[in-house]
Design a protein. Structure first.
Length: 158
């Protein structure tokens, strides 16, 4: 009679001591959102406190009380036109330095010197703001910004 190997019907037993080397099945770790929310809240508070919502370089401008200037006021008002081809002071071409010198002379005579800045259509706003900023740095307190209106005949109106 020949001997046949015995067929086992169950799992094979592991050798002794091998069970201690196999790690037990890991449970899935739960992720807590509390630390993440805390970090986001701390960053939000930091940026709110570090930000400044005040515009330090603002130019204060008051709207005029009357819609039309009288003849005396229009005679003493310096009109600066900001055009694509350059700046104009009371209708004649001028550089920014020339305009600032004329305004400084006017301020020496009258501290309430009126200055009207009129940007033309199609001129970048930054160009008008540069003029307004330089006027404010010079000490002009009575200035206005008004859109330049062209009449049908080609002449400009205030």
């Amino acid at each position: 009679m020949s001997r046949r190997p015995a067929v086992s019907s169950g799992p094979m037993p592991s050798p002794p001591g091998l069970d201690s080397l196999v790690a037990p099945p890991r449970r899935r770790a739960l992720v807590s959102l509390t630390p993440l929310i805390d970090v986001v809240f701390i960053l939000l508070v930091f940026f709110m406190l570090a930000s400044s919502f005040m515009d330090w370089r603002s130019i204060s401008m008051d709207s005029p009380a009357q819609s039309r200037a009288t003849r005396d006021e229009s005679a003493t008002t310096l009109v600066i036109d900001v055009r694509r081809e350059g700046l104009r002071l009371d209708g004649s071409p001028a550089t920014l330095d020339t305009i600032l010198a004329a305004v400084a002379e006017g301020l020496a005579l009258d501290p309430e010197q009126r200055v009207l800045v009129r940007p033309a259509m199609g001129v970048l706003l930054q160009e008008a703001v540069v003029v307004l900023d330089r006027l404010a740095a010079l000490g002009v307190t009575n200035m206005a910004l008004r859109r330049r209106v062209e009449r049908q005949g080609g002449a400009d109106a205030l």
